[in-house]
Ligand binder design. Structure first.
Ligand code: GLA
Length: 400
């Protein structure tokens, strides 16, 4: 992969030692949108765009973090108070380091050089890939063994608390637990998961609208509040419920009068989207791609009309996709308000599909559209750096 050697060499030049190289993938969500923070079900897959981190030990009890893509360097003294968020790229890494320490994992001094490849603002989890790559690098450089689910929670917590985005766990979880050629069906309450094979005969084609509307962050947190408001109202008559995950279609209709119009619409999306994930899993297992595609289409309409997180560009991209041969399903993916669509497309048609949709989109909007033809990849790992001799495992330096 492109980033690996250049980042290793740049690290050597900058810090004078050979680094270990780690990488964490972005993800695309096939179905189950905005359900993760409602304790519901999601079905993402890790994709072959990575955040790369080159890391090596330091003796001065500092974390020194720099990024190939951004100027400046962050220095944190591990024994001192953690810096406040700076509202920049470094918050994702510093937030993870702070969270690891907060949870009692003592970190060793380390230098980190970050190279992000996941397209930013496309809804493909560029943020989670930075968090996860940082987390596995810091854990391993510090000689800590932390299980992947715990790491996913730590990264999510960092984003919730340090970055201030109240995201669910889907992105970090899929970056850590993804498996090649499979989608990951995750129960976001129990964190139990299963892998669902993606047939060789299809590709995941991602079409990036090239727009990211400003309201994305604020509106995301607002959706979460609206879902919480729905739960509070329904809990008055359904005392056992903790999240929209616990509400059935029938219960929602029966108690509709307790909810504001907005809260009702949000809740209806979540309740039905959870059903779609579960049914979608069965359809995929049976190889019924057409059925799965129908659930994707329903998901898009629901995100557009009930959850109201789509936008004109995403709707257009979905409409353009539907006209093409070999398409089973098309929908927006990720948080919304711009970003990308995910299309399940017959492998033989995938390249032509990507080209035609991009062309039609550009004709209509004037915006150049990047498309990616993907198959699912494995989750985050340390990689051997090709062309460079592997550095020896270092001793723990903390306290020296
Ligand atoms: C963002 C968040 C995820 C999830 C999706 C919507 O990607 O980070 O936790 O809520 O939006 O499904």
């Amino acid at each position: 992969m492109s980033g690996q050697n250049s980042i290793a060499e740049e690290f050597c030049a900058k810090f004078g030692v050979k680094p270990h190289i780690y990488r964490a993938p972005g993800r695309v969500n096939l179905i189950g949108e905005h359900t993760d923070y409602n304790d519901g079900f999601v079905m993402p897959a890790a994709i072959g765009f990575y955040c790369w981190v080159a890391a090596g030990p330091r003796r001065d009890q500092k974390l020194v973090i720099s990024s190939e893509g951004f100027p400046g360097q962050i220095e944190v003294e591990l024994s001192k108070k953690w810096p406040r968020p700076s509202r920049s790229w470094s918050d994702y890494s510093v937030g993870v380091a702070a969270q690891l320490e907060k949870e009692g994992f003592g970190l060793s001094g380390a230098s980190l050089l970050i190279h992000g490849e996941v397209p930013i603002g496309a809804g493909l989890s560029s943020s989670a890939s930075i968090e996860v790559a940082t987390a596995i690098a810091l854990a391993e450089e510090s000689g800590l063994s932390i299980d992947r689910t715990r790491l996913a929670r730590i990264c999510q917590q960092a984003e919730n608390e340090f970055v201030g985005m109240r995201c669910g766990i889907m992105d970090q979880f899929s970056s850590l637990h993804g498996r090649a050629n499979h989608a990951l069906m995750l129960d976001c309450r129990s964190l139990q998961f299963e892998f669902v094979p993606i047939p060789e005969s299809v590709r995941l084609v991602i079409c990036n609208t090239g727009v990211k509307h400003k309201l994305a962050g604020g509106e995301y947190n607002r959706r979460r509040e609206e879902c919480e408001e729905a739960v509070r109202s329904l809990a008055k008559v359904l005392p056992g419920i903790r999240a929209l995950r616990d509400v059935s279609r029938e219960q929602l209709e029966e108690h509709r009068a307790l909810l504001s119009e907005v809260a009702y619409k949000r809740a209806k999306h979540i309740v039905k989207e959870n059903e779609r994930v579960l049914n979608g899993k069965e359809a995929l297992r049976q190889g019924d791609l057409r059925k799965f595609g129908e659930y994707m289409a329903q998901s898009h309409v629901s995100l557009r009309d009930l959850f109201e997180v789509s936008c004109a560009e995403l709707d257009l991209m979905v409409e353009l996709a539907k006209r093409e041969p070999g398409v089973y399903g098309a929908r927006m993916t990720g948080g919304g308000f711009g970003g990308a669509t995910i299309n399940l497309v017959d492998a033989r048609c995938a390249a032509g599909f990507a080209e035609k949709v991009a062309k039609a989109y550009q004709e209509k909007t004037g915006i150049a559209c990047a498309t990616y033809v993907c198959t699912p990849v494995d989750g985050a790992s340390r990689v051997e750096s090709a062309g460079l001799s592997q550095p020896k495992r270092h001793d723990r330096l903390r306290g020296l």
